[in-house]
Design a protein around this ligand. Structure first.
Ligand code: K7E
Length: 587
């Protein structure tokens, strides 16, 4: 009897399941029809949809651009999780409104002037053996030459450092493979000192450079007194990358103004952009940061500018620590392959990406096989002799990310003018696939795609324009981050994520299981310094202390319960409130 009942109920359940699948199917068909969705759309939705309570596999740190902060979101859901206050006050999280955070923002003062905005540009994750270790995030401020360090144990900015010799900062922040140093290139040539020098003296007195910031990997702090700058000609040093494995110890920085042009449209001269794009090639700078770091320790190898150690060009040349290689017209990204054997450079105004061979470069340096010298005495290697191959990609190639099969040459490049992501093979220089994006992509973000351990799976196209992608919200459109599935033979566009911020310029992605942030702070810890706060007050210890006309309130807070509730002071007193949060629940 029992077993018959069981069988009957099983049949009933089976029938129910069939009915519910059938009704779900017809419901799905109905929704697809009503919303005009294709099978492909449904597949894309299934690849990104994350049910309530679900988690992402990757966390992305994206610069907030002129918003001066960092945005954190998940992949593949593309859900925004956090804004980290960096150079700009963030009222909702108290960033820039209390004494501790004011102190950090004040570290970013330039020549005594407080600057409460920034253009966060290139985020970089700390590395151990060339792999992301999930400990620290650094980001540069392009507009005001500064770098900030963010602690990934609580996602809070802990340090801001001003570059003492640069007047702009573009090619940063890039970690060396064991986070020994952070590379930061300047972009616009300018006097290294803070004095006036006329523009006519550009070639003689204006300089470019690369600052090599010493980083304390355990404490997560830049050590300015152990850092130095390699002086360079004012070629407008641009993006940089640190060599790895085979090319460990070296750094690569490209530049876009071998013409040393400074503009002058008002005097009838060609506009700046045209004038600095006349030559067919610019210069890739190849320098030995390891050797330079040794040289910089000795006072006789450096000049001190604004209290900072600068290795002059001639010292670097004499010690075989700097070389130039021509690279196609107005290059942009320079990206070192995970094994350090190839250096890929995109020529913004050239349709090619050029792959240089580290082995050939080293060989030329060893044999002193130079094609000549630049006006500043730096040896130039022959471009053809240093080259591995060149790939014709399309219009406006900018940046590169490596795929999971990087050993077989898998690489992705953004095409700004063509609005495309191209998958190609950097070993053979053959193009494999193209994906249209919408529109005008700048950087692209692979999953750990610039580390020694690229994960593949997705590429995010960081598009500067959205035009017709979203509802009309007035003349100014959001930016658009588009998620692309790169796991199959053909790339597939999955998701459009509007970003209503200053241009969120570049992003880095890391596997979630590499991050181990605190669940809560130890009671009385300052969220901003990570140390026990002088105002730490436990339940029952609340007090009001007067010191002359300064009144200190040691209070506690649990949700809406604040103690004390009344504080009576005299007119003209200064009052400091210390409120210790006693809440233990997560929130
Ligand atoms: Cu290509 Cu400033 Cu990152 Cu722009 S640099 S795209």
């Amino acid at each position: 009897m029992k077993s018959i009942f069981k069988r009957l109920s099983l049949i009933a359940i089976g029938a129910l399941t069939t009915v519910s699948i059938a009704s779900a199917e017809s419901e799905l068909e109905k929704v697809m029809k009503e919303r005009g969705l294709t099978q492909q759309d449904i597949l894309a939705a299934a690849k990104t949809y994350t049910p309530s309570g679900g988690r992402d596999k990757y966390i992305v740190f994206s610069s907030g651009g002129q918003s001066g902060q960092v945005m954190v979101y998940g992949v593949p859901s593309m859900r925004i999780l956090k804004y980290i206050g960096v150079f700009t006050p963030e009222p909702w999280q108290g960033w820039g409104y209390d004494d501790d955070t004011k102190k950090i923002l004040a570290e970013g003062k330039i020549r005594g002037k407080q600057i409460t905005w920034g253009d966060t540009h290139h985020p970089g994750l700390s590395e151990t053996n060339g792999k992301y270790d999930g400990k620290w995030l650094v980001i540069n401020d392009k507009a005001n030459p500064r770098i900030a360090v963010i602690d990934l144990s609580d996602f809070v900015t802990k340090q801001i450092v001003v570059n003492p010799v640069f007047k702009s900062d573009h090619g940063g922040a890039f970690f060396t493979p064991n986070s020994e140093y952070i590379i930061e290139a300047c972009q616009y040539g300018a006097p290294l000192d803070n004095n006036y020098h006329p523009m006519e003296d550009f070639a003689e007195t204006y300089r470019g450079g690369v600052t090599i910031w010493k980083f304390d990997h355990d404490k997560g702090r830049i050590l300015p007194e152990k850092s130095f700058t390699l002086e360079l000609p004012p070629y407008m040093q641009d993006l940089s990358d640190a060599g790895k494995e085979a090319s460990y110890g070296w750094g690569f920085t490209n530049s876009f103004n071998s013409e040393l042009y400074t503009g002058g449209i008002e005097k009838g001269l060609p506009p700046f952009e045209a004038g600095c794009s006349r030559n067919d090639t610019d210069f890739l700078h190849v320098y030995n940061w390891k050797k330079l770091a040794e040289l910089a320790k000795d006072d006789k190898n450096v000049k001190i500018v604004n209290g900072h150690r600068v290795v002059p060009i001639d010292v670097a040349v004499k010690n075989g620590a700097i070389f130039l290689i021509p690279e196609p017209k107005s290059p942009h990204g320079v990206d070192v392959s995970p094994d350090g054997k190839y250096i890929v450079v995109c020529g913004k105004l050239d349709t090619h990406a050029t792959v240089y061979s580290w082995e050939k470069i080293q060989d030329l340096i060893k044999k002193k096989d130079f094609a000549g010298k630049d006006p500043y005495g730096i040896p130039i290697l022959d471009m053809k002799k240093a080259m591995h191959c060149q790939a014709e990609l399309g219009l406006g190639p900018l940046h590169n990310q490596f795929g999971k099969k990087w050993k077989n040459g898998e690489i992705y490049t953004s095409l700004y003018v063509d609005s495309q992501v191209v998958r190609w093979d950097y070993l053979t220089c053959k193009v494999e696939d193209r994906q249209n994006v919408n529109y005008n992509i700048g950087h692209l973000c692979g999953m750990e795609g610039k580390s020694e351990d690229p994960q593949g799976e997705y590429i995010i196209a960081l598009n500067k324009l959205a035009i017709d992608r979203f509802n009309n919200i007035g003349p100014l459109h959001p930016q658009n981050h588009q998620l692309i599935d790169v796991s199959g033979k053909k790339m597939q566009l999955l998701y459009d994520m509007p970003i209503p911020l200053g241009e969120p310029h570049q992003a880095v992605a890391i596997r979630v299981d590499k991050l181990h942030p605190h669940v809560r702070y130890k009671m009385g810890t300052s969220a901003f310094t990570g140390e026990t706060h002088v105002g730490k007050t436990l339940a029952g210890q609340e007090k009001i202390v007067r010191d002359g006309d300064h009144v200190y309130v040691y209070g506690t807070v649990v949700r809406s319960h604040i103690n004390p509730e009344h504080v009576t002071v005299n007119k003209g007193d200064t009052v400091t409130f210390y409120l210790t949060n006693l809440e233990r629940a997560r929130g």
